[in-house]
Design a binder for this molecule. Structure first.
Ligand SMILES: NC(=O)C1=CN([C@@H]2O[C@H](COP(=O)(O)OP(=O)(O)OC[C@H]3O[C@@H](n4cnc5c(N)ncnc54)[C@H](O)[C@@H]3O)[C@@H](O)[C@H]2O)C=CC1
Ligand SMILES: O=Cc1ccc(S(=O)(=O)O)cc1
Length: 485
């Protein structure tokens, strides 16, 4: 079996290279751990240093390249992703566990992101400032920052790095990219797409390996002008503490996203949103629904309908059509979620799920049945801590004001939704909810390529948003020019 495992290399200074120490690590398919997805470079600090140096060397040439040429590279890379979508989607499903149709969507969305920034990046200009001197022209213009670091997690191993790489590159920055060791292949495919599209040597560099080995160089080095990171609040906090004063940060971190169900809610819709928001991607989305705040008059009916729908969900390998939930992405993630199930059983009332599935194909994967708890208090650990698994906590709230207060009683503020037809609730919710993304009669999950994305409180650094035009602003700095004659 080991002989047939494909080895993947780092991409540094325009070449695919092994790491200097010659060590590798294997990544396993979480749906069937007998399947080794690939063998990857266990890079050390020297490999990371080589990547930073290559990016430094390439910066001058890349920032001076005509923006139309940079855009063409992004568009051609998008075409390469689209052409190879079937292969890349299968690899994504094997490395992460999500359903094949979701993996296909993710690569197509990544291609769309490349195309969006190829166009939008060409519209980012400065401003002119009226003033009294007829012989003076005052204007601002934007320029790239320099070498930037992209660090991405395993849950969206293509679309999250795509929406960091594309705005960084179109604005003329060079990149050092570290994908998650738990799903590194999709990130390497993005880099391959850029290589095939003709990106010059050193403009994009990709180094796989342990955060402890690679992390300090790519986050603390004086050469790094910005870091775009998505992952846990704890890793984000650690990086935040160690970076240089002049390193710009954009961090997308955890969430504990509420769905409020009001007395006038369409309960079938509310259940649908709870299932989609809570259980798609097996609950492993930063914007996933984890708290359901429901008023007493509809709590019993909502809970009954929810449990019926949960009992119908199909769990299995994402390669098979028709599955609703795949495995957890890693053994560590499975253990984390099982631990929270134990906590939930002690502190609230367990209704269903949370059992590790065994027998047949389940014996070889990290499968867990979707769990629902009720009589949860918002102060409980399962209502406050990010679980990142298929676990829903139902919390009874007295009325709208109480729902809003409890929804806001969280260290996080990433996404929040309400199910109602009442315009007053919609209005107050929009104004008062402490959340970067606000949804009404929609799932907490999902966001557009062309709209800003990011959280409040501990869900993000309160700096720059990702996606849309905001993504371009993060990767550029403003110069104000006073030009006299
Ligand atoms: N908000 C989100 O989208 C995500 C949140 N998480 C949360 O994080 C928990 C743990 O998952 P992990 O994959 O271990 O997330 P993590 O936050 O440890 O890792 C995310 C990425 O950051 C890198 N990283 C971690 N520490 C670093 C450091 N000091 N310097 C440089 N790079 C560093 C990792 O190698 C990976 O590429 C999950 O249980 C979940 O709660 C995980 C993935 C995504
Ligand atoms: O987990 C958070 C998350 C999930 C998806 C995306 S993307 O829109 O696919 O990039 C972003 C954040």
């Amino acid at each position: 079996m080991a002989d047939t495992v494909q080895t993947f290399l780092n991409y540094i200074n325009g070449a695919w290279v092994p790491c200097l120490l010659g060590s590798t690590f294997d990544n396993l398919n979480p749906a069937d751990t007998r399947d080794v997805v690939g063998r990857f470079q266990a890079s050390g600090p020297a490999d990371a240093e080589a990547a930073v140096q290559a990016a430094q060397k390439a910066f001058e040439g890349w920032r001076k390249l005509a923006i139309g040429k940079r855009a063409k590279i992004l568009n051609d890379a998008a075409s390469y992703l689209e052409k190879n979508v079937e292969q890349f989607a299968q690899e994504l499903t094997r490395e992460e566990g999500k359903q094949l149709n979701q993996a296909r969507d993710e690569f197509l969305r990544s291609a769309q992101t490349f195309r969006f920034y190829a166009t939008e990046g060409q519209t980012l200009g400065g401003e002119t400032y009226p003033q009294d001197d007829a012989n003076l022209h005052v204007f601002s213009h934007r320029e790239p920052l320099g070498v930037v670091t992209v660090i991405s997690p395993w849950n969206f191993p293509a679309s999250i790095p795509a929406r960091k790489l594309a705005p960084a590159l179109i604005t003329g920055n060079t990149v050092v990219f570290k994908p998650s060791s738990d799903a590194p292949l999709s990130g390497l495919r993005l880099v391959e797409a850029l290589e095939k599209a003709g990106v010059p040597a050193g403009v994009v560099n990709c180094v796989t390996g342990r955060a402890g080995e690679v992390g300090p160089v790519i986050t603390n080095s004086q050469a790094i002008r910005a870091i775009s990171f998505t992952g846990s609040t704890s890793a984000g906090t650690q990086i935040h503490r160690t970076v240089h004063l002049s390193t710009r940060l954009q961090m997308e971190l955890g969430g504990k996203n509420p769905l409020i169900v009001m007395e006038d809610a369409d309960l079938d819709l509310a259940v649908d949103l709870a299932i989609k928001g809570g259980f798609s991607l097996t609950g492993q989305a930063c914007t996933g629904t984890s708290r359901i705040l429901v008023v007493p008059s509809v709590k019993a009916a909502f809970t009954d309908k929810l449990l019926t729908r949960v009992s119908q969900l199909k769990i299995g390998n994402g390669m098979a059509p028709g599955m609703d939930l795949g495995p957890l992405a890693t053994e560590k993630q499975l253990q984390t979620v099982l631990n929270y199930i134990d906590i939930g059983k002690r502190e609230a009332r367990w209704l269903c799920g949370g059992e590790r599935l065994t027998g047949g194909e389940f014996d070889h994967g990290y499968y867990l049945s979707p769990a629902v708890f009720t009589d949860v208090k918002n102060s409980m650990r399962i209502a406050q801590e990010e679980i990142f698994g298929p676990v829903l906590a139902i919390i009874e709230v007295a009325d709208f004001d109480d729902a809003l207060r409890q929804a806001n009683d969280s260290q996080y503020g990433l996404s929040a939704s309400i199910v109602t037809m009442n315009p007053r609730y919609m209005h107050v919710f929009t104004n008062e909810i402490q959340s970067g993304t606000v949804k009404i009669n929609r799932t907490t999950t999902g966001n557009l390529v062309n709209a800003p994305f990011g959280g409040l409180k501990n869900s993000s650094t309160s700096t720059f948003r990702e996606s849309g035009r905001a993504g371009l602003e993060f990767f550029t700095q403003i110069k104000t020019v006073y030009r006299g004659i």
